[in-house]
Design a protein around this ligand. Structure first.
Ligand code: ZN
Length: 257
């Protein structure tokens, strides 16, 4: 089986000095690619260097809505060179109404600017959206997604939102939250987006699956997420692995052989 973890944070201090074994574990689990996403400009170089060190790793550059600062607007222009740097996406970017740490006005400015750059250089976006689907919809209509599309990670919206957002080129990735197997809404959403718009993620070191909830999450735990998706969809793990890996490879432009 070949798997792609489309969203994790290998830059995290949690993984410092442990990446060799984390990546070896990912490989053993069948992961052929993982996309690590930076959250602040100070991490961009680290993301790039991790991807250079491990053939399995691709990277995305961006400013996360929880960590945006006024000064970031000056640095965001550098994202126009992401493609030359070897990035496969712009992320993690987004909008989060549930955080009080960063005012919505600033989140919106940073998001719109990053979305525009992603469109200009046509790199897919990796989006975090919590409680702000109306606002995200507004920017889909105003700015639009890059031609290559984008993925909303750990998607928490409704079937209606998923169906509407697919028209703009969004896919949806799911991780540890699936393993709680407690949501009818999630089941309906998964069925609406499978097979062509579903991807898998771990968001390591965050959101560990219930089976491994007492330690920081690692990419190898994607197997628990895959198993949960298989139970929810009533499809074999092999079929889901093949579909989600093909979807990720197509959007992010890498080979997953
Ligand atoms: Zn994340």
């Amino acid at each position: 089986m070949r798997l792609v973890d489309v969203h994790c944070h290998l830059e995290s201090d949690v993984f410092s000095g442990r990446l060799d074994s984390i990546i070896a574990g990912a490989k053993e689990a069948g992961i052929v690619k993982l996309i690590t996403s930076s959250i602040v400009p100070e991490e961009w170089e680290l993301s790039e260097s991790i991807a250079r060190r491990y053939a399995l790793v691709e990277f995305a550059l961006g400013v996360h809505p929880w960590y945006g600062r006024e000064g970031d607007e000056d640095r965001i222009g550098e994202l126009a060179h992401s493609r030359e740097r070897g990035a496969v996406g712009i992320g993690e970017i987004g909008l989060d109404k549930k955080t009080l740490a960063v005012p919505m006005e600033l989140q919106k400015r940073l998001f719109e600017r990053q979305l525009s750059i992603a469109r200009e250089i046509d790199l897919p976006v990796i989006v975090h959206c919590r409680g702000a689907f109306d606002e995200l919809h507004f920017y889909l209509k105003k700015t639009g997604l890059p031609a290559r599309g984008g993925v909303i990670h750990s998607f928490s919206g409704s079937v209606e939102i998923a169906v509407e957002f697919m028209k703009y080129g969004f896919s949806f990735s799911f991780g540890g939250a699936l393993t709680y197997r407690n949501s009818r809404k999630k089941e309906a959403v998964l069925k609406a987006v499978y097979p062509d718009h579903l991807m898998l993620e771990t968001d390591s070191p965050d959101i560990p699956p219930v089976e491994a909830k007492n330690a920081p999450n690692v990419p190898a735990n994607i197997l628990y997420n895959l198993r949960a998706a298989s139970e929810i969809l009533g499809e074999s793990e092999e079929c889901i692995a093949a579909a989600t890996t093909a979807n990720a490879a197509r959007m992010f432009g890498f080979s997953a052989d």
